[in-house]
Design a protein around this ligand. Structure first.
Ligand SMILES: [Fe+2]
Ligand SMILES: [Fe+2]
Length: 128
């Protein structure tokens, strides 16, 4: 992915989800041009932001008794594990390895939003 932009193609119509997705995309976009140690700080900020956003989605799934919650939660857990791995690589001095993981995140996110999050948004909006 060349440009990291949260555009209308990624909007789900659920404000709380769209807003947190936009924040993540903005953060990923800004991280492209950051050198260390600002890059490290941004990685920690991203991990904290994601932990909060994904927990929010997990709570929504529990609230609506979403039937696909286990699979969706597992995808979230996988993402958090990847980010945790990136932070470990940074701590070990492997900047290139950490950047490779971060570089893969926009595509991961776009795919996740357009599949799992879209299905969740449809299920949540039907219950409104
Ligand atoms: Fe999401
Ligand atoms: Fe999700």
């Amino acid at each position: 992915m060349d440009s990291i932009v949260f555009g209308p193609d990624l909007a789900l119509g659920i404000p709380v989800m769209d807003q947190s997705h936009r924040i993540v995309f903005d953060l990923l976009e800004s991280m492209q041009s950051l050198a260390r140690p600002a890059f490290d700080a941004a990685c920690h900020q991203l991990a904290a932001e994601l932990a909060e956003d994904l927990a929010e989605e997990n709570r929504l799934m529990a609230t609506i008794q979403y039937p696909l919650a286990a699979t969706h939660r597992a995808a979230h857990d996988g993402l958090l594990a990847s980010l945790d791995h990136a932070l470990c690589l940074l701590a070990a001095g492997d900047e290139a390895g950490a950047r490779q993981i971060v570089h893969s995140l926009p595509d991961w996110f776009a795919a996740h939003i357009n599949t799992m999050d879209l299905a969740l948004a449809i299920a949540a909006s039907r219950l409104e």
